[in-house]
Design a binder for this molecule. Structure first.
Ligand code: NAP
Length: 547
């Protein structure tokens, strides 16, 4: 790597061999791998510190829905020995502390630049390098551009009239203020009932004077069943890390939860109920991921299970009218990402919590004092927009990325992404989209997925350096094949009809309306994805042209 530094110093090469955009979970691990190899790499991070998702999302109730000990990095035995998780699903402050601990332990912070937003990245075809322009006015060059921009990092507030006129504090959950917000005695509105809204509502219902939830569509939620991890349990987990990570690597979702391999129709209704009763009482995503596989593909199987969950909701919510509003009618369980909840349904049994059904009484506008629906004015002190994200491609769209011939990535992906293995894009040489759209890394327990993607990317770069190449680019043909493969998998899944972010639906983003499926995620599961990218590497990277 000495040549890289020398070339940069003499001004004959790019300033950096590698620029990584983003200092979240993915950027941290990618940087670790490159620093270990002695590569001249820097991380550019828009936030004022590292942590990505866990830096930004400071809303009350923010926590893992992955078991904490399956979320930590697996690359360092020493780190695994040193770190203790205090809860099975640990909260945002602990998660952020963990990422800082990792960065400090491996002395990574000195390679990171904060408050550093990339405005544009243009590929220079004559020099085979990327020219970056930062919002602070600086320019940078690099040979390879690695995007670790996150899956859910482009927040989308609603487009409601009068939002600026509101006189109290209001924020999207992603931008929850760093200073604690005192909710005591306050009238709080939460708009949105996805995984984020559900966490906020469950956490603050008993802390505020009045909570008004504005729900457009209910979600199918399931109990997180969180709890502390004792010192003895942590010691046991430590002794089983190899086994735990091996299991995660075998499962489609990268979790400990394995699908039930029995056929839905091969077992009796009693056996199905026994499985569901057990899973409903267990911690985490088992109810979703350890279920019968037919739930995701077969309308009838899905309907039977959805009715089982609807029954749970009706039992947990006292008022039958409210309970019915909380039961989704337009989609079945698990075809959208399942929000994991703690005391969520019970919140609606409290006198200080009101559910406003926006299908019956839509929001007309935000007023200086609160929210006006077609029915009446709701006076509130604070408005929380838990309205989600322009998923996966949104953070790419926010950078002016231009490839060969000045082609804009934003234009290329206008109707949905097309990629090779979710990590390369034809027409955009020397760019690796870590956990990019259509990669298996993006659709699994995140750290498990990104470790696979980052390891593959690092080996690809080592291959390039070993052969003294300065340019690599996926062929259009390889990209078309992969993109068709990803699209084909959607056609077998019930999720293709749902209004969730898996299909790119977002009512707050022009062009992302319902019905126009954007094939954002690879649905083949982690083992198949890993096998395919390993095969590509073993074949000297078929589908990628080097020069
Ligand atoms: P989301 O799932 O997209 O939910 C957004 C919510 O806001 C939906 O209820 C949506 O209603 C509503 N909404 C959007 N625009 C609206 C508008 N203009 N008016 C009224 N309601 C509106 O977003 P999210 O809750 O932030 O979750 C996104 C993803 O983040 C999750 O699926 C998950 O992958 C991740 N996440 C993970 C955790 C964790 O535990 N680790 C926690 C939170 C989030 P409609 O359904 O009608 O569109």
């Amino acid at each position: 790597m000495d040549q890289q530094v020398a070339a940069a110093e003499t001004g004959k090469g790019p300033q950096h061999e590698v620029v990584i955009i983003g200092a979240g979970v993915c950027g941290i691990y990618q940087l670790y791998r490159l620093v270990e190899l002695g590569v001249n790499a820097t991380v550019l991070e828009a936030g004022s510190d590292l942590g990505g998702t866990w830096y930004w999302n400071r809303y009350p109730g923010a926590r893992f829905d992955s078991e904490s000990y399956t979320y930590g990095f697996s690359f360092s035995k020493e780190l695994l020995e040193e770190w203790s998780w205090s809860e099975r699903f640990s909260g945002q402050p602990e998660n952020l502390r963990y990422l800082n601990y990792v960065a400090d332990k491996f002395d990574l912070r000195k390679h990171m630049q904060f408050d550093c937003k990339v405005a544009s990245a243009h590929f220079d075809e004559d020099a085979d390098l990327w020219r970056l322009h930062l919002e602070d006015g600086r320019d940078l060059t690099c040979r390879f551009l690695l995007t670790a921009v996150g899956l859910l990092s482009a927040p989308t507030p609603p487009r409601l009239e009068g939002m600026d006129s509101f006189e109290g504090p209001s924020f999207h959950t992603y931008y929850w203020p760093q200073e604690p917000v005192d909710l005591t005695g306050k009238k709080v509105a939460v708009i949105g009932t996805g995984a984020t809204g559900v966490q906020v509502i469950g956490e603050i219902a008993d802390k505020v004077d009045k909570l008004t939830v504005f729900q457009r569509r209910p979600n199918w939620c399931a109990p997180l069943n969180n709890g502390p991890i004792s010192a003895e349990e942590m010691a046991d987990i430590r002794s089983r890390y190899d086994e735990i990570f091996a299991k995660c690597a075998r499962t489609p979702g990268g979790f400990e939860h394995e699908p039930d391999r029995r056929g839905f129709y091969e077992v009796s209704r009693e056996e199905r109920l026994a499985l569901w009763d057990r899973l409903y009482g267990e911690p985490g995503f088992g109810i979703w991921l350890s279920n019968f596989r037919e739930i995701f593909m077969d309308e009838e199987a899905n309907a039977e299970f959805s009715e089982y969950i609807a029954d749970k909701i009706r039992r947990r919510v006292d008022d039958p009218v409210v309970a019915e509003k909380l039961v989704p009618k337009d989609h079945g369980f698990g075809v959208q990402r399942v929000p994991m909840e703690t005391r969520y349904y019970e919140a609606y049994n409290r006198d200080n919590v009101e559910l406003v059904d926006l299908q019956e009484t839509p929001i007309l506008r935000i007023t200086p004092d609160g929210i006006r629906t077609t029915e009446r004015d709701h006076d509130v002190d604070i408005i929380v927009y838990a309205t989600g994200f322009d998923a996966i491609t949104g953070s790419y769209d926010r950078i002016d990325i231009r490839g060969v011939g000045g082609q804009k990535l934003r234009d290329k992906w206008a109707d949905g992404p097309s990629t090779y293995l979710g990590m390369q894009i034809s027409g955009f040489p020397n760019m690796i989209t870590l956990a990019g759209p259509q990669s298996g890394s993006a659709s699994t327990n995140y750290p498990r997925g990104i470790e696979v993607g980052v390891d593959w990317a690092t080996e690809l770069l080592q291959y390039v350096w070993k052969h003294d190449h300065t340019r690599m680019e996926a062929t259009q043909e390889a990209e078309d094949r992969w993109t068709q493969h990803v699209a084909k998998m959607y056609s077998t899944m019930l999720m293709r009809k749902a209004k969730g972010w898996f299909t790119g639906y977002n009512s707050n983003v022009a062009g992302h309306e319902y019905g126009k499926v954007r094939h954002l995620v690879y649905n083949g599961g982690s083992p198949k994805f890993r096998a395919r990218i390993t095969e590509v590497a073993d074949e000297d990277y078929t589908g990628i042209v080097f020069s």
